[in-house]
Ligand binder design. Structure first.
Ligand code: SF4
Length: 336
């Protein structure tokens, strides 16, 4: 690979993103965590607000968990922020609040895998550690004409080894960012801008006009369908919510919901607990698509006769905006 051409291209053409104009490892860490599964344009305002609110790792470490959840509401995949919070506490306690400098210490932090460790080590410390994300997989599988299934770890590993060889011949901080940027703005999934690409003279896919054949990704398993009866339980000027303890969306609030086939089953289930539901008008349906599953929700507005369930928490309608809630439920109208 012509590393010099790639790096020159990056210096001239990269987007001036706030988290790409810093070598502060804390800022790079936050941005990389936010960018996992989330688009750059969505991340930018969150990143800026977050760094303003938590300017140091120590401040992040002592943040209230619920407030932190609220600060990242809308980005999805909340477990990554839970891990980030844990890692910040660990850095505060074991590294005096200073982001560690060795690969071994970085990858030992909660929620930091090989990709994130490689990104931080190369961008913040200019050390040659490969950072292979989805964009770089696309660039390299096209560039090398690698026909293997990139859902399989063993095939990604081959690209990772190649990426490692290249970064060892380069200026790591520039190389990593150049590959990410190339994947984002030129080597796009559809309609790559190969004419502008600094790698085009030696790109296998471009030379054969086979860009769309790479990367090869086998079909994903079908998403699992889950069916819920979701209750907006009105009481005085508020509603009841519960805090999730399940792995998915752990710590986020939601309206009480039941994985039952019919409203009648929920009525019977709650009757047995001494709770009678009074229905207000027609139900409505909502859907939310996660990576691996789809929630189908029948939403009913109700009020209660009897004591509420012990894990339901009453909250005013005004305060609903101040608690962390997943988008799946945030989009449900609480008005009948
Ligand atoms: S030439 Fe096209 S396909 Fe090849 S790396 Fe560049 S943008 Fe991607």
């Amino acid at each position: 690979m012509d590393i010099r051409k790639l790096e020159d291209w990056y210096q001239k053409h990269h987007r001036k993103l706030s988290f790409r104009m810093t070598q502060n490892p804390y800022h790079i860490w936050v941005s990389e965590v936010m960018l996992q599964q989330t688009q750059v344009d969505t991340v930018l305002p969150y990143f800026e607000r977050f760094i303003q609110k938590y300017p140091t790792i120590d401040e992040l470490a002592i943040a209230d968990e619920e407030t932190l959840h609220k600060d990242v509401e809308g980005l999805g995949y909340y477990r990554r922020f839970k891990n980030m919070h844990l890692a910040a506490k660990y850095i505060k306690d074991h590294h005096q609040g200073i982001f560690p400098k060795t690969y071994e210490e970085v990858i030992a932090l909660p929620g930091i895998g090989k990709y994130t460790a490689g990104a931080i080590m190369s961008i913040a410390y200019n050390k040659p550690y490969s950072a292979l994300d989805g964009n770089v997989i696309r660039v390299l599988s096209r560039y090398l004409g690698n026909p293997h299934d990139m859902r399989e770890e063993k095939n990604k590993k081959v690209l990772d080894q190649y990426n490692q060889q290249q970064i060892e011949r380069s200026t790591p901080e520039v190389y990593t960012q150049a590959m990410m940027e190339l994947g984002a703005i030129l080597c796009r999934p559809k309609n790559p801008k190969c004419e502008e690409c600094p790698l085009n003279t030696s790109c296998f896919a471009y030379q054969r006009n086979e860009m769309q054949s790479y990367p090869y990704l086998s079909r994903l398993k079908e998403k699992k369908n889950e069916f819920y009866i979701t209750l907006i339980i009105h009481h005085n000027e508020g509603v009841y919510v519960r805090k999730r303890t399940e792995t998915l969306l752990n710590g986020m609030y939601e309206y009480p919901q039941f994985e039952f086939e019919s409203i009648a089953s929920v009525v019977q289930f709650l009757e047995e607990k001494g709770i009678t539901l009074v229905f207000h008008g027609e139900s409505s349906t909502y859907q939310h698509i996660f990576t691996h599953k789809i929630w189908h929700m029948i939403v009913c507005h109700v009020s209660l006769v009897g004591k509420p369930d012990s894990d339901w928490i009453w909250i005013t309608i005004k305060d609903l905006d101040n608690i962390p809630m997943s988008i799946a439920h945030r989009k449900i109208s609480i008005f009948k």
